[in-house]
Design a protein around this ligand. Structure first.
Ligand code: OXD
Ligand code: MN
Length: 587
């Protein structure tokens, strides 16, 4: 017996009987164990050591070149009713899915060891945290889970006490993309993933548990599991504000969560609670509190440097695992956007030449580090009650149409704003990049159930509380033919400052058909060289273009048929009406 919990012991025995590993190892989560796994992977050739003088305790992992991103087309939600998964998900009937996976998992670990990873998503002593156990045959997964989650003996103890955990079965299989599946059984608190060793496909605590399965649990238990960073902002008066922000993958969540205030923002402090996932619970006063279920970051590397994000750059100078970056002549990691070093190897390990047309680092190359590495880590990330959220921000990557920032008229309108998020696709998922797709609440790849029900759940909060956060939308990516109109990165604090002042009811705004837009003088641009013309363009709302956008959104919503809540359609009609009115009154 490795645990006194029968449910867990029986399940692990069953998995071992199916997969047939040479040995079963239960992880204790100690630092010593982590170093042993690193040594093992160095031995196996799964890792190589980076320059120990400049990047101490940092390692490079090269994944299979066909296994470099999440695979949404191979990700399934297996609910008994197809409609519960919704059009936003691939669906398979649970028994059929289990049979298919049983075939693939059968003997898949023969000759390999199986590792059992008990983990806790969220602070160990928080009632909002939820536990899981991942079994895997990948030492890389163990090492990443060590950096990203609270795993090991303490988590096991909590699981034994609660007798409740999400069961996650993972094997890299033979890495054959044809035999790759990431399947979720929310009704059974179960995840089964085979054929990939990469990030969100394999680190089951992250997207699979903390978003897909947790969103389903949150629906049943009246909370929210969201693809949001959580950032703490302290103004020069010493007041602290907590903002949760949802952006699609690779749109700068990690950068915003680790923002460096511009020089002119003297006395401001920004600290990180989380960079990817927020679990939001309402207290008796109707206030939403957020915890970050993770305890580490799996961030996009390219573009990170001392100038764009000093904190992120410092965070990855030591004790980090790099996946799919290039190498310099002195064995340092290298990526597009790194300001120093001479790259000589690309992410596949092939020779790299400065005049190459290929990328040196894969565009979705990643770093894995413990959150404690972040010089601006907020201790409240460990607070069992979480932090009180004053604003929820949605955003997408839109080169046109969408203003730099606007505020929703109220919660229900904010749900429409979130449900309408569109964004140009990035390299975080396999497939074409740069195409606008609807990504409601940045949850398109992560909501474990029908979006119609999800929006209804969001809307239900307005009936439960008068004290909800204000909702905003931002777009750092608007362009004209000269390039980006807004400098982004640390300068985004100027926009967050506006958001905070709106939350404090300190400033007025322009009421437009799509929501409240800043009065130009209220965005502090001191020290920025941004022309008046560009500023006007950043806030310009073209009613005709917006009508076209709203039509597109309606067509998307209509796909959800009967599950679509009427209140969402009412909000939508309201915006159309105001847009049409604005056109008439300007004629
Ligand atoms: C991530 C993603 O890895 O969203 O965080 O793809
Ligand atoms: Mn993410």
């Amino acid at each position: 017996m490795n645990t006194k919990n029968n449910q867990l012991q029986n399940w692990v025995n069953e998995v071992a009987a199916l997969t047939n590993p040479s040995e079963v190892y239960w992880c204790d989560g100690s630092q010593e164990e982590y170093q042993n796994f690193i040594a093992l992977m160095l031995d196996l050739g799964d890792l190589s050591e980076l320059n120990p003088d400049t990047f101490p305790n940092c390692y490079l992992h090269r994944s299979d070149p066909m296994d470099v991103a999440r695979v949404e087309h191979l990700t399934f939600i297996c609910t008994s009713e197809k409609d519960d998964a919704g059009l936003n998900n691939n669906w398979m009937e649970p028994n059929q899915a289990h049979r298919k996976l049983d075939d693939l998992f059968e003997n898949c670990m023969s000759g390999r060891k199986m590792y059992v990873i008990p983990y806790c998503m969220g602070p160990m002593d928080s009632k909002y945290s939820r536990c899981g156990v991942e079994v895997t045959d990948s030492p890389y997964v163990v090492a990443n889970m060590f950096l990203m989650t609270r795993m090991g003996s303490e988590a096991l103890k909590r699981i034994e006490d609660e007798n409740k955990f999400v069961k996650g079965m993972h094997s890299i299989g033979d890495l054959d993309p044809e035999k790759r599946f990431i399947m979720h059984f929310p009704e059974e608190d179960t995840i089964r993933s085979i054929g990939s060793g990469y990030g969100g496909n394999a680190l089951l605590g992250k997207k699979c548990h903390a978003l897909r399965v947790a969103s389903w649990q949150a629906l049943k238990e009246n909370w929210l599991a969201e693809h949001m960073l959580i950032v703490e902002i302290e103004n020069p008066e010493g007041e602290k504000f907590y903002i949760a922000a949802a952006f699609p993958s690779a749109c700068g969540k990690t950068n915003l969560a680790m923002l460096i205030p511009p020089e002119v923002f003297e006395g401001w402090k920004v600290k990180t609670i989380g960079d990817d996932i927020a679990w939001l619970h309402m207290d008796d006063n109707g206030q939403l509190w957020a915890i970050n279920p993770e305890s580490g970051y799996f961030g996009v590397v390219p573009g990170t440097n001392e100038k764009t994000n000093r904190n992120a750059y410092q965070t990855i100078q030591s004790n980090a695992i790099y996946t799919n970056v290039g190498l310099t002549d002195n064995n340092e990691p290298w990526w597009e956007g790194k300001l120093d070093g001479t790259p000589v190897k690309d992410w596949k390990g092939d020779d790299f030449y400065a005049d190459s047309n290929e990328n040196c680092a894969h565009p979705n190359s990643r770093f894995t580090v413990s959150a404690k590495n972040n010089p601006e880590y907020s201790n409240l990330a460990d607070s069992p009650s979480g932090v009180p959220i004053c604003a929820i921000v949605f955003g997408g990557r839109r080169s046109e149409l969408v203003p730099l920032v606007y505020e929703a008229k109220d919660w229900n309108h904010g749900v429409l704003v979130g449900a309408s998020v569109g964004s140009e696709t990035t390299a975080a998922a396999a497939g074409d990049t740069g195409i606008v797709r609807r990504d409601p609440m940045a949850m398109k790849p992560f909501c474990g159930y029908n979006f119609g029900d999800y929006w209804r759940h969001w809307l239900s909060f307005s009936k439960q509380s008068q004290n909800l956060p204000k909702i905003f939308h931002v777009n750092w990516f608007r362009q004209n033919d000269q390039g980006f109109l807004w400098p982004g990165f640390g300068e985004n604090l100027r926009v967050l400052n506006w958001i905070i002042q709106r939350c404090q009811n300190k400033i007025d705004a322009n009421k437009t058909p799509i929501g409240y837009v800043p009065l130009k003088q209220d965005i502090d641009i001191a020290g920025l060289s941004i022309s008046d013309e560009n500023l006007n363009e950043l806030f310009h709302i073209d009613a005709n273009q917006w009508l076209a956008e709203m039509k597109d959104i309606k067509e998307y919503f209509d796909e959800f048929g009967e599950r679509l809540p009427n209140e969402l359609l009412d909000e939508h009609s309201e915006v159309i009406k105001s847009l049409k009115d604005s056109l008439h009154s300007s004629q």
